[in-house]
Design a protein around this ligand. Structure first.
Ligand code: FES
Length: 352
């Protein structure tokens, strides 16, 4: 069978109606993309039917190379032209100013998107724990709360984020985390998964500060507990995921490695660590809400008609469907950790 025509290296966002049957074009010859118009006749291709059970908005593959037909699975990112870049010095882009309009630690971009600079945040203190909230429903998030926590000296107070799934990224230091009575050693760049209703206590190694980015989905509030509950969910014994360069997935010139995801039981949040070489991605959107922690490097986050500087330690909040483009200006590129919800595949993106 000859290869299908790559209609475009991005999916189509289509509103679908429950009970109606859609025929997704597999050959790439239809003039009614992403659906069939009969042009496959005489070829070895045939359309793939899809009948939704409820009204929805879905991303149908436009490159015709998905392994999850009829939907986009991110395969387009590794096809020629699949990771298009944008010229930050184009006439239009030169006219876009760097935002100066700050709301405390937040530089606000279009929509509800913002860049949170943690060094400008006022930290609250409880025992050996210093913490601040970087993403929340109050700040415009629909699916998550993200906190920065730092602990040194004694163990932190015991806390829980209620019925939410919780993911930590260890940003600096070494130490331990006790999850509902079970201790785990942690180090910088580890991802950590906490089941709903479990409690945590952080402790830094002697002389160190342990820094953790803590994300709860759905949004949750800190509950301070008098004692550590013994409700560790032993059905999910693996809780720490280290960086492993053998597990990288290429995404054009970028790459990422999944940290906490469905493999260890996290079905509502997905965490990955990734690298962006010096470049500006073409503006695009995602169907998931995302929080991006900048680990190393500098650059800009661009939205429709604004851009904000980003640097190590910043957290970018990106609402669903927000047009955006991340630019790495450092010669070594930018390293990031992303947490997406709802969703499980950071290589799925689309444009209008
Ligand atoms: S458009 Fe084909 S996999 Fe994304």
């Amino acid at each position: 069978m000859s290869a299908p025509v790559v209609v475009r290296p991005k999916p189509y966002l289509v509103g679908v109606e429950a009970g109606r049957t859609y025929f997704w074009c597999t050959c790439g010859r239809s003039a009614r993309q992403p659906f069939c118009d009969g042009s496959h006749q005489g070829t070895a291709f045939s359309p793939v039917p899809y009948k939704p059970t409820h009204d929805d908005e879905l991303l149908f593959c436009g490159c015709k190379h998905t392994q999850n037909a009829p939907f986009c699975d991110g395969a387009h990112t590794n096809l020629p032209g699949g990771s298009p870049v944008d010229d930050p010095l184009s006439h239009e882009n030169r006219a876009i100013p760097v935002v100066t309009d700050r709301d405390g630690p937040r530089a606000r971009l279009n929509g509800r998107c913002y860049v949170f600079s943690s060094e400008l945040a006022e930290m609250e203190v409880r025992g050996s724990l210093r913490y601040c909230c970087m993403v929340s429903a109050e700040l415009g998030a629909h699916y998550q709360t993200q906190l920065l926590m730092e602990v040194s000296g004694a163990a932190s107070p015991v806390l829980s984020l209620g019925g939410s799934d919780v993911i930590l990224f260890i940003g600096a230091g070494t130490g331990s985390i006790t999850i509902s009575g079970r201790p785990f050693a942690v180090k910088a760049t580890d991802g950590v998964y906490i089941r709903p209703r479990e409690a945590i206590q952080l402790m830094a190694a002697p002389g160190e500060t342990l820094k953790a980015f803590v994300l709860a989905c759905p949004s949750g509030e800190i509950e301070w507990l008098e004692a550590m509950p013994r409700n560790f969910d032993a059905q999910f014994p693996t809780r720490i995921v280290p960086v492993d360069t053998d597990q990288r997935t290429a995404m054009g010139p970028r790459y990422f490695q999944m940290l906490v995801d469905t493999r260890i039981g996290s079905t509502v949040i997905t965490q990955f660590i990734g690298h962006i070489p010096p470049s500006k991605a073409a503006p695009h959107r995602h169907l998931y809400e995302e929080a991006i922690i900048v680990l190393a490097g500098e650059g800009y986050m661009w939205t429709e008609d604004k851009k904000a500087r980003i640097k190590a330690g910043d957290v970018i909040f990106l609402p669903r469907k927000q047009l955006h483009s991340l630019e790495a200006t450092s010669a070594a590129g930018i390293d990031v950790v992303g947490v997406i919800c709802p969703g499980d595949n950071p290589s799925i993106n689309y444009y209008d």
